[in-house]
Design a protein around this ligand. Sequence first.
Ligand code: AMP
Length: 554
Amino acid sequence: MRQSVPLLGLAQTLEKVRGTSSKKEKVALLSSYLKGLRADDARVAARVASGRPSERGSKDEAQVGYSTLLDVLREVTGATSEDISKIYLEHGDLGEVAEEVLGEKKEQTLFSEQLTLAALDEAFQKLRAAKGRGSAAAKRGIVKSLLLSASPLEGKYIVKVLTGEMRTGLVSGLLEEAVASAYGLSKAEAARAHMVLGDVGAFAGKAAAGEAGRIAMTPFRPVNFMLAEPFASAKEIAEHFAKKVYAECKYDGIRAQVHRSDGKVRVYSRRLEDVTTSFPEVVGAFEHAKGEFILDGEAVPFAGGRPLPFQLLQRRLRRMEDFEEARKKAPITYFAFDILYRDGKETVDLPLAERRRLLGRALAGSSARTAETVDVRGEREIQAAFRRSRDLGYEGLVVKDPESVYAMGKRGSGWVKLKEELDTLDVVIVAAEYGHGKRAGVISDYTFAVRDGDMLKTVGKAYSGLTDAEIEEMTRRLKEITVRDFGYRRQVRPEIVVEVAFDSVQRSGRHDSGYALRFPRIKRIRTDKGLGDVDTIEKVERIFSGQKLKVDEK
Ligand code: AMP
């Protein structure tokens, strides 16, 4: 059995990857590093390179809060809070802070062994296992012993992975290319294995072991969801398809993949997390179903034949009140609209029309429902279906090509969506301020950002849209994730995603994106979305030039 390699080599590789802006070079650097590794190390290295300490889809996160990391850094290095704040302000990156202060470590381990990838992975496992009472102290101890045996450069990458802020520019597609090139996989083999495994670490491990060529979809291993492309009008959709298509109601709930095998049922979120315990009704709905399957659909708060406000579901998910009580207020119905796997066989490559038939059969004996659909052709029929869906209380339409395959993890043009208002943006809160008057004492003004490559750029500030109870909850969460406290203003760790509506996009020197949203209002807090789901500066630019066109036309 080959020994695990030191973390140092990976840290040096990632440092070089960060240092080049060439995508090709990034891929080549990581690929040549991965080549020599044993399977277990390849798994850990690729996962670290992706900026995650845990497998995608695992319920337990190993990530550690800023405040814990800051405490440990102070303890290990003797640096003061002021020293650390100063360096942080310079770099805006806690990993860089770690590198700088670890150069002057106060404490040393007695027999400092070189930190290996296996040791790092073991520490991540321990972090995941630390739960409940005493877990904060346990986590602190684990991080402390890691940082004590780490060199400054290793410390930098340990902190980066623990905060999920890698910033190496290694986006998912590049990681996939690097693994493929390291282990001689074709583009198609790599795409398929990565997609089915859903986690780049698992993919690299299999590839290093020479097993990536024959990976089959299996129940209880969630796969990436197919996404829908936004369209602005029924007319555009009619022109895009130019044939008879399916118009489905666009349900406003939580996207959920249901896996059933051996009489067991599990539910996964769009972030591929196991959310089974949050949805007992969904599990119950499939109690009397038969056989094995993987379904795609939406878990919707629903009662008396109509959808209930999405807010109720969020309260329930965040367990803001007694779970049973919340369950009564927001009972859930599962609306299935696709099937990816049935009795040992993948169905993703079958046309949608065929998958529909299989879905109908798979639902026999269950109390889940299929999404409401009508066949439509042309602008008028699409518009009528849209109106009807809105009248029923839904968000709009998802229009689907009956011949399309299920494109895992892709925004395929086989599915398009239509909502009424100008598109909304999913943004992440990066700073917040206390309010005035009625809102004094609570943090009610939020500065938010979109993604620009692996940076975040601010695009606006929102004051309205949340209820008092939500603002209180926000205040509590923002305090928890504060990175720097300026009194009335706080810089926060970017993790709360909100969906904002707005009237228009303007050019602006006030925000570092160069744009500002006009009259932004928070539509909802997207607990189901993470940093990776935040919209990009390109989307803001698209909306900006789209509206310019409209003005010009006028
Ligand atoms: P959006 O969240 O606006 O990007 O819209 C896409 C989302 O609509 C999907 O991720 C699903 O959660 C949801 N959705 C609701 N109804 C459907 C449907 N019938 N088919 C596909 N997606 C749907």
